[in-house]
Design a protein around this ligand. Sequence first.
Ligand SMILES: *Cc1c(COP(=O)(O)O)cnc(C)c1O
Length: 374
Amino acid sequence: MLPYGHQSISDEDVAAVVAALRGEWLTTGPRVDEFEAAVSRVTGGHDVISCTSGTAALHVAYAALGIGAGDEVVVTPMTFVATASCASMLGAKVVFADIDITTGLIDPRAVDACVSDRTKVVAAVDYAGQAADYDVLNPIVHRAGAVMLDDAAHSIGGTYKGRPVGDLADVTTLSFFPTKNVTTCEGGAVVCQDADVATRAREFHRVGMVRDPQRFRASIPDPWHQEVHEFGLNYRLNDVMCALGQSQLTRLPQFKARRTAIRARYLAGLAGVPGLEVIRQMPDTDPAWHLFPVRILDGRRREVYEALKAVGIASQVNYMPVYWHPAYEDLGYQRGLCPQAEAFSQQELSLPMFPDLTDAEVDRVVEVVVGVLR
Ligand SMILES: *Cc1c(COP(=O)(O)O)cnc(C)c1O
């Protein structure tokens, strides 16, 4: 089966992991700091806290921002459930703001209509790899006294108006799951523009441990002293996975170039096919494309999905609107809340997209899709 997404692991990646395994540290060693510094270099130079998954990164980010009962968090429904569920788990009320059906990105006008004085965070997703429209979103969010969060699980390596993902919102979260733009097997990171938020995030991700003597409540601490001020979890990424991450990051420019070339080949092959729309690229963006989503109109998506599957090609739907999950239905969220997201979700199909996908494989996918729709 040709997968819809796949990691690319080189001999150098393997060697980096083996060297880490033979090293002194398996958990928090020098490679964690080095990896965080390397992530920081490609995300605008801000504080980076690595952690065990993109989901953990979202939990850390919301916790560091002090999200709790009585707070509202505005979230795009066109995302993986964790963008919303991590805020719900902390007791916040999630408010879903609809998307632009031509991009899959959160619609700033919908955000404007959803924010209130209870809004603490607005979470956008850089759907498929292109940045949301932060120059429009940030003023709306900041005027409401809220924090802009970019769930950039899809988009590390991309730019918006010349600025890198990670530099676009107050807080940015990343995922290093195997299908994402770089991988640490499981892993993620939080990028923080504010130093206090970064400190809270770092402490939350290591069980709440405070290590900075300046912040100790103990007056004359012993040299081995550390203390917990607020509860946290163990979300630390380890030296072995950070070795893989460092090696992967050196390949990010190649990955991005190949993903861009694959998109161009799909665009050429699918141009003018009836009943098929490709998501629109926003002006002033240079995305690191994670997905290649198409919208298949006239209720024919299932037919295309099955035709691909019949010849050994996997495709995927990204995503069901988050509030269609029973966990949100049980909280009283009703269908019809975000009509654009629901329509998008009925049409969307992600075709195979990963760096090691060959031109011949792209052409085969195109041939099957065109064969069904033409
Ligand atoms: C993958 C993903 C996550 C979660 O990341 P994991 O590393 O799988 O926990 C969160 N948000 C979005 C948009 C994602 O695509």
